[in-house]
Write a protein that binds this ligand. Structure first.
Ligand SMILES: Cc1ncc(COP(=O)(O)O)c(C=O)c1O
Length: 411
């Protein structure tokens, strides 16, 4: 029997999917074995290893820089820490304004607040990307940095963004927590700004529980990042990449103890090694689900710009001609069917900017972002973990169509 002939659970049918959507990527055996090996040596602290070849963290930094075509990489304990360090390295001072998209995760403006700067949110378009016109409108003489978040792997128009930043002397910093492996015109995201920041928190394409990496081509920024992350004495000599700035800056930069451990790096390395292969699978499953979903008159799956090679471990789509009540009913049904589906514009979603009360004047700022607020109310989000099969994708697509029809027909 075709999947579509089966009743939904809500109609008295059987649940077709029993996956746990919590984790995006499973840890390969190689990573588990390496982590056990590291534990047997007791050398979990990266600087327990006196030469970089013995340190999983140093090896990861080298491999990560190669993978994204950067000169330098610094591994830390989260992407939030990477963004915080990056802002300090770029010379952001208390009270400076840092622009960032209104559609992102709360950790992004939080990193700006951590650096004692002021987040200024920028409107996004229906395709989830930054609105370049609003970006330009929001630039003032106090604006130092644009922290561009490639939220859910949606890559903004990088030609326009880099042109605006150059024109106004704004430093571009990239949050690539969701875009490792995504390309714009063949170039890795994270390589358009002065610094790119990545995450290996468990809901990302690399899974080490917690973890982050920042990359740059600038030796001074790299040196500062190593020191802020917590390199003491002359431990910087235990990194592969050396610069002329270490001796001079050693005692001028505070140590924030945000290092990555060898255990974490051991888990990440084999996942990074087969990233391209995994992306091929993820992207083909994404395109199939997008195709199925787009057959509904009630669903819009925005295309990415043609310059983009996606890295899709989630899917987003907009519900068309839905009321708020219908949207709520739809996500509820999807949950019952075993496919957790979130709407970004709900008050309990940490990706809904009006709820970020730690930002001064968020109420007034939110009023100036009507477009983003409007589309987030009907923008849905489903995780697509690496272990899903094409059959699972058919079930998800089919359930999606049937849930939408059920909601629209059950008045
Ligand atoms: C868009 C985005 N940026 C940054 C982060 C922060 O990553 P981490 O949890 O590694 O600090 C997240 C976390 O989920 C995120 O979703």
């Amino acid at each position: 029997m075709l999947v579509s002939d089966k009743p939904l659970v809500i109609e008295g049918g059987k649940k077709l999917l029993n996956h746990d959507f919590q984790v995006t990527t499973l840890i390969p055996e190689e990573g588990i074995n390496k982590a056990v090996e590291v534990m047997r040596t007791g050398k979990l602290y990266r600087y327990n290893c006196s030469v970089p070849d013995e340190s999983e963290v140093s090896l990861l930094e080298k491999e990560f820089a190669d993978a994204v075509d950067a000169k330098y990489a610094v591994a830390v304990n989260s992407c939030g820490s990477a963004m915080y360090i990056a802002l300090l390295c770029l010379g952001v001072k208390p009270g400076d304004k840092v622009l960032t998209p209104a559609f992102t995760f709360t950790a992004v403006p939080s990193a700006i607040v951590h650096a004692q700067a002021e987040p200024v949110l920028v409107e996004c378009l229906d395709n989830y990307c930054v609105d370049p016109e609003d970006l330009e409108r929001k630039i003032t003489p106090d604006t130092k940095v644009f922290l561009l978040s490639h939220m859910r792997g949606h890559i903004s128009h990088m030609d326009k963004i880099t042109e605006i930043c150059q024109k106004h002397g704004i430093t571009l910093l990239e949050d690539c927590a969701h875009s490792l492996g995504a390309l714009w015109n063949g170039r890795q995201t994270g390589r358009f700004g002065k610094i790119g920041c990545y995450s290996s928190q468990s809901n990302k394409i690399l899974n080490s529980g917690e973890g982050g990496v920042l990359v740059t081509d600038d030796p001074l920024l790299y040196t500062k990042a190593v020191l802020y992350a917590g390199s003491i004495e002359n431990y910087w000599s235990r990194h592969f990449a050396q610069t002329d700035y270490f001796e001079e800056l050693q005692n001028s930069i505070p140590n924030f103890s945000l290092r990555m451990s060898n255990l974490t790096a051991a888990l990440i390395r084999p996942q990074l090694a087969n990233l391209e292969e995994r992306l091929e699978d993820l992207n083909s499953r994404y395109f199939e689900l997008a195709r199925i979903a787009s057959t509904s008159e009630y669903i819009d799956v925005p295309d990415q710009y043609p310059q983009v090679r996606i890295a899709a471990d989630t899917i987003q789509f907009n519900l068309l001609n839905f009321t708020a009540e219908e949207a709520l009913k739809f996500t509820h049904i999807m949950g019952i069917e075993g496919i957790p589906t979130k709407v970004f514009g709900y008050l309990d979603n940490p990706r809904y900017f009006p709820t970020w009360k730690y930002i001064n004047n968020i109420g007034e700022m939110a009023e100036g972002l009507p477009h983003t607020k409007e589309f987030l109310a009907y923008a849905c989000d489903i995780r697509l973990p690496c272990y899903l099969t094409m059959d699972d994708i058919q079930i998800i697509g089919d359930t999606l169509l049937r849930a939408v029809r059920y909601v629209k027909n059950s008045h």
